[in-house]
Design a binder for this molecule. Sequence first.
Ligand code: FE2
Length: 432
Amino acid sequence: MQPDLILRGAALPNGREGVDILVADGIIQAVGPGIEAKGRREIDASGCLVAPPFVDCHFHMDATLSLGLPRRNVSGTLLEGIALWGELKETLTVEAVVGRALAYCDMAVAQGILAIRSHVDVCDDRLVGVDALLEVKRRVAPYLDLQLVAFPQDGLYRSAGARANLVRALDRGVEVVGGIPHFERTMEDGRRSVVDLCEIAAERGLRVDLHCDETDDPLSRHVETLAAETHRLGLSGRVAGSHLTSMHGMDDYYVSKLIPLIAESGVAAISNPLINLMIQGRHDGYPRRRGLTRVQELQAAGVPVAFGHDCVMDPWYSLGSGDMLEVAHMAVHAAQLTSREAMRAAFAAVTSVPAGILGLDGYGLEPGCHADLVLLDAEDPIEAIRLKATRLVVVRRGRIVAETPAAVSRLHLPDRPPSVSARRSAPESSAH
Ligand code: FE2
């Protein structure tokens, strides 16, 4: 049988070069040099990187592209963002949320994101966001995996009805349990919420992803409870702590005890560098904290660390474009991930690591995996981050779902070449 697609001469994230990838029936059938077959479609990938798709493991799709509605966040703080979202929430309609979310998914797919974990606010008795994003999940399923988290934005206990709404959302098909312990009224309420939410997840066999300690308060230690509950309830590998920014300001001695406990529990860490840099440290004078969690120390202890986009053009963040390489690029700077090994890990933090956190089946570049691929105009993951490389071709289940031409500038300079790209060495032949 003739294969549907063959990519020729690709470089892979693991450093292999000159590799052919043969695709049939939506599955990667073979990976290796010089595959003898003729595909219905062949793509010359020589000099370019082929990666599994980008995975955004922390996003808010119910709020995306709502910038300016009903007004803008003047202070730029988390708390004004939450207040502004509260005003917008009352006016939301399913149609409007679906429309904006689908528009964002178009943008994301073009940038090679084929899986997103989105939190959806359940502090709304109408559950408009839940109904809207369940509809979006159904509609984008052919080209994008959308995993939803029931997120009590205004507090599981602090907001009347939030706990009941969270359970209603899970009953409707939302598949991950969310929370926001640092936003409850007291530390004790926050601790209780973590226990409660982990028990709900354990009872239902679900995953957990809490906005956890997204604060500059170094005494916000709910991740400690999250790790302990994960350990107690046997949830290892199914729990993520998002943000964990308080760890940035914590006492080093306490952290020396905390990180091994996180590693032992099997809790993953999700850092959101664009948002953390924008929102944390707002009460500091100078020096002002960067506000990211301790990325390299967590990685060194064996904790899976992923980077999320979190927001695009919403009450908390007015920028963003669904570009996970921009996210990784920011993480490299903010967490000083400057070694080659650390930059490769940053690429993994927007691809394979979050795929593991979401529990995606068939993710990867081995034979038998789904034929979900991104052809990048870069020689390796480090150049991909440096250039925020063009996603030349995006493939979902063996079918091309997005294409973007390489960025090449025509020059009009005396005694200089007629064109230039920012690549270190231009490929001998361009893709397509
Ligand atoms: Fe978030």
